[in-house]
Design a protein around this ligand. Sequence first.
Ligand code: HEM
Ligand code: FES
Length: 343
Amino acid sequence: MSASYKAVGWNRQKKIYDGLIFAFCVVYLLIFCGLTLVFNPEVTFETLLIRSSSTLAVLLLHIILSIGPLCRINKKFLPLLYNRRHLGVTMFCVALVHGGFGIIQFHTLGNTSPFLSLFTSNTRYGSLADFPFQALGFFALLIFFLMAITSHDFWLHNLSPRVWKTLHMFVYLAYVLIIMHVMLGVIQYETNPVFVLILFIGAITLILLHLYAGSMEVKKDNIYFGLQKKGFVKVCTINDIEENRAKMFCVDKERIAVFKTEGKLFAINNVCKHQNGPLGEGKIVDGCITCPWHGYQYLPKNGQSPPPFKERVSTYDLEIEGADIWLNPVPYPEGTERPGVIF
Ligand code: HEM
Ligand code: FES
């Protein structure tokens, strides 16, 4: 969270997360190399290195891209989201081994510089069968590099969340580049078609997950609130919300989270200032609304992060009639104190 930027230390959760990533990579590499040596004992060390790292990077990329929609579908996946950036940096490092070694093996033996050779050794850009597919891998790697070096909150703070988020959305372009890199490469290298099959299944799974999670969001956003009076709409009853939790409502295109805590209800904007996380899916910890994605906090009464932090979200008015909660979707300026309602 930003007051002036302060680095967050390695906590126990991060260490466990990183340990699991490391163990996963080691186990994958052992299985991949073992199986390759069994079924293709003539394989060279270079090919083993290039293929084990490339397939591991692609697997990690699929996991990274699945985490977002999985968390929208089921909150149990939220711990995976907490340090997804570590997974991203790991994926970049593994892809760098593959790309770097590919450049060394195929582009350092001639007179031209390796990077020039990458783009000029094959210039059949008009041919599908002979397309210089390595250039596509290079651009994907470049995107992963930019994402990896800006992944820290220091850059999020300095670039602004909007610029940072836009930059990180390029991961989808990189994904398309990788699909083309592999498809066009396989045509030329006659690598095992099993890679293509796995990639195809992976791409379909990702598309379905994103569509399903997206449709759930659209459904939530399109709920029609029939009962209205003087700018307020009836959203739910008091018992529909658990203590120290919230329910999210989308009214007039405003996503609003209504929190219940210690006999009072408060309404704040649902969208976290860090990376647009859904505050309404978080809970109140130590009196603060805590974002379920990376733990940014906001005070229920005014939508402000507790000092010295500076994030602010809009607040809204609520009313209670019997057991019913009524919400006014007109936002107050970010950080405006509202008394909440007693129930
Ligand atoms: C400078 C960047 C890159 C270069 C020069 C490069 C080069 C290559 C080459 C030469 C092959 C064929 C290898 C063979 O089968 O003998 C290949 C295949 C492949 N590449 Fe890349 N690549 C780059 C970036 C990437 C990135 C960033 C990824 C994924 C994150 C990736 C994933 C793959 C996959 C999955 C295959 C098919 C499996 C394999 O044959 O290894 N590549 N690449
Ligand atoms: S989105 Fe990261 S803390 Fe809310």
